[in-house]
Design a protein around this ligand. Structure first.
Ligand code: TZP
Ligand code: MG
Length: 215
């Protein structure tokens, strides 16, 4: 498991999630106070091999300047190669037992879940945290499942006990309180930070709203 405070504002970014330089957007988000970062490089014109690795290494370095953990989505080999702090896998990616064999001790493993069954299985398999969603509809993930709403999130929370949960999918500032009330430990966000007019301000606002709830 992981310290649940790290999930408070879990920012995800790939080069297709912004019109700007992704490193600039990441630094803005770090200055605003994100608590964890995941590099998720997706889409038809996503970076590959060396270019992807170079961007990942720069992002990791930047995160560590701000003492924020750096995670990689899907690509376990990349995560191992560049020494990421964690890796996040979906239901169609490498099974967690296999991921555990490949990553060094202490590397966090997160798993996505859309329903109670997947979440209970992820917990049984030893996930350090579960990414639950999509909570709301989103344009960011082309193959996103049907939104489960806060009721779906609450049902999962009731079945997984203390396992850390971060909620994902269509989350904006006004939805933070509902998501936290339903049992999330934090919010995972792409577009509401990456495409904000001011990403630093957006990240800071999410942090303030999540912290409000923690108190
Ligand atoms: N997994 C479920 S929804 C989603 C992912 C990666 C996209 C979240 O992006 P946004 O822009 O915060 O809705
Ligand atoms: Mg995946």
């Amino acid at each position: 498991m992981m310290e649940r405070q790290l999930l408070s504002v879990y920012f995800i970014l790939g080069s297709n999630d912004t019109e700007e330089d992704p490193l600039y957007i990441l630094e803005q988000a770090l200055q605003g106070g994100i608590t964890l970062f995941q590099f998720r490089e997706k889409g038809s014109d996503a970076l590959n091999s060396e270019a992807k690795k170079q961007l990942a290494k720069q992002m990791k370095k930047l995160c560590h300047v701000y003492q924020v953990p750096f995670f990689v989505n899907d690509d376990v080999d990349l995560a191992v190669e560049i020494g990421a702090d964690g890796v996040h896998v979906g239901q169609d990616d490498m099974p967690i037992s296999e991921v555990r064999k490949q990553v060094p001790k202490g590397c966090f493993i997160g798993v996505s879940a859309t329903n109670v069954q997947e979440a209970v299985q992820a917990k049984a398999d030893g996930a350090d945290y579960i990414g639950v969603g999509p909570i709301y509809s989103t344009n960011t993930k082309s193959d996103a499942k049907e939104p489960i709403g806060t009721a779906g999130l609450q049902a999962i929370r009731e079945q997984v006990g203390e396992t850390p949960i971060v909620a994902i999918g269509g989350i904006d500032l006004p939805s933070v309180h509902a998501v936290m009330r339903a049992g999330a430990d934090g919010v995972s966000i792409i577009s509401a930070i990456s495409r904000a007019t001011n990403s630093k301000h957006a990240a800071a606002s999410f942090l303030a709203d999540v912290n409000d709830f923690h108190q």
